[in-house]
Write a protein that binds this ligand. Sequence first.
Ligand SMILES: Nc1nc2c(ncn2[C@@H]2O[C@H](COP(=O)(O)OP(=O)(O)OP(=O)(O)O)[C@@H](O)[C@H]2O)c(=O)[nH]1
Ligand SMILES: [Mg+2]
Length: 645
Amino acid sequence: MNEQQDQSREQPRGEPVNFASPSEPVNFASPSEPVDFASRGEPVDFASFDELVETLARWSGSLPEWPPARAVRAEWEQIEPRLDRARRELSRMLVVGVIGGTGTGKSTLVNALAGCDLSPAGDIARPTTINPVVVAARDVDLSWLPVEAMNARVVRSDAAAVANIVLVDCPDPDTQTESRHHGGQATHSPARPSDSNHNRDLLEAVLPACDVLLLVSTAQKYRSWVVAREVAAFAPGRPLLFVQTHASRDPDIRDDWRRELESQGFVVPRIFRLDAVEAATRTAAGLEPDAGFRELVEAIDVELVGRAARRVRRTGSLDLAGWFLRQSQESLAPLRGPVAQLAAGVASERTRLEGILARSVDSRLRASRTAWQRILTGEIVERWHGGPFASFLHVVESIIAFWPRMRAAGGGLITRLLSGQPSDIIPAGQGGWQAVEELGLSAAEVEQSRSILCGLSARARLAEPLVGRARLDESRVAATVGTLLERTAAWLSSGIDRLVADRRGRIDGPVFRWVCEALFSGLLVAVLVRAGWNFFVGHLWQGRVVDGGGFLQEALVWVILWGFLLRWIAFARVRVGLDSDIQTLVARLPQAHLTDPLLTDFAGAADATSLFIEQGDRLSRDHETLMSRLTEPSGGLGRLRGDSR
Ligand SMILES: Nc1nc2c(ncn2[C@@H]2O[C@H](COP(=O)(O)OP(=O)(O)OP(=O)(O)O)[C@@H](O)[C@H]2O)c(=O)[nH]1
Ligand SMILES: [Mg+2]
């Protein structure tokens, strides 16, 4: 028998008209829902709850590689079917499981509620109830209840108290094994719950089918029967009723019991106190029930029947989701510190490696004076055309271009970039650490950072595949170094371009250019005028002997020297402040996150785990908001808050 046929059972007798039709597909977000809730003044939008459930499902499965997140997922997989079932069976009548220590009067109470002796009760043998007894109204179809799996006996009752609920008289999980072990003899042994206990299995079959748990205890049993131990696993999301029996015989222990329960994490708004034997007697005699029993019957009617049943399920679902969130938060709590430390560790190791890279780049750039000179002069000369000084510069440039270029061939990344060679070529056989040695990033430096982060990861329970090892294997070294080089080259070449463009702008103005041209041309004109004067005035007019090519040679030397002086002044202007510009360029290096590929696995893991924890916090807040919008379900129903004090 399975639980899915609940949609097709009969409408119970005396069912209030507002009870939703069983065949109606029920969903928290269905349009009919808000009407029901609005009428009760409960402003919870259950579409929001559906959304929360969906987000919880997504969140719990979002980081399966992280063991703590996997544990959260495993917990969710236990919870989800119950939430789903509660949603599908929103309008089905509630199953109330009566549980408690042996001899506390569970069967007597069930009989009192059922109005006749349906479940054997007494003192002849302990425990009296061996198998669960299911009490339901005569016309209620129980095909949805896993009676066989529960090993239960079904009995029918016409009593009003059980007209709209299904009662299950559960055997005491503490004792059944012991009694069976002793051949069913009446032994009142203080057996302890254990996983080998057959009754735990039985309870595990019965309790999942129960929507509400009715805890029965007595003045003698309420301390020794540790409710949390037996029921805690099933209590989340299940409203609870607490009943002290034997009222005619025992003192009132409700205050003390409440404290006991509260210390176990239960919310206990109310404890009923009644005498089941007396109640049964009065019912049989057709007398008015006494106050305690009447209050319980009324509470069942008000809190568990009709619309209240729907509310119980909804509240229970919300409670269950909250319980799951609290459990998750609790299990993630010890990891908050380590995850934050890992994130901080990634940041500090990143800064350390960036510092190493920045220092190397800085010293390399400063040391490459010749290369800077060449790149800057090359840039300027390329742009200067059409004047005698420009022509002089071009001639000088083409003469000196050979030697330094040849020397610059090969070399490291910075040398290649400054000599205008393509930066994207990693020389053959240099895929390993030696390719980035020039940048100061040796295998030892990187391994030092990675081993620190490995330690922090282990504390945050992060391992492969989320994070790698301290020492990268060859293929990863090649890939990482390749990416690092690529990024550094791209960043450096754009930085160098910007720097060069900036410096070029200082002398590229027409005024400076024309001043240089004028000064250079001035000497040329002076030489020509002097030569013309010598020839025309000195030789032809005054009859002096022409001094041949000597003057021209001398003039040429002066022109060249003057040209070089002007060239030096022009380039000096470009060079002034180069060091501080390099410093500015290098200061921007951290923003480029160039060393990220070296620690990318740790950074990714720290981000993913922090995000997982943050999302859990956000979901808890969302849940709290939903809970705060839900008015307390009732004055009588307790619940497991989850955090025992
Ligand atoms: N005076 C008094 N006696 C009660 C009350 N409830 C139960 N008893 C008696 O306590 C004894 C045990 O009651 P049961 O109902 O069999 O207890 P149980 O919890 O079902 O016990 P198990 O089936 O063994 O788990 C019986 O003799 C009952 O008559 C009560 O409220 N008042
Ligand atoms: Mg019993």
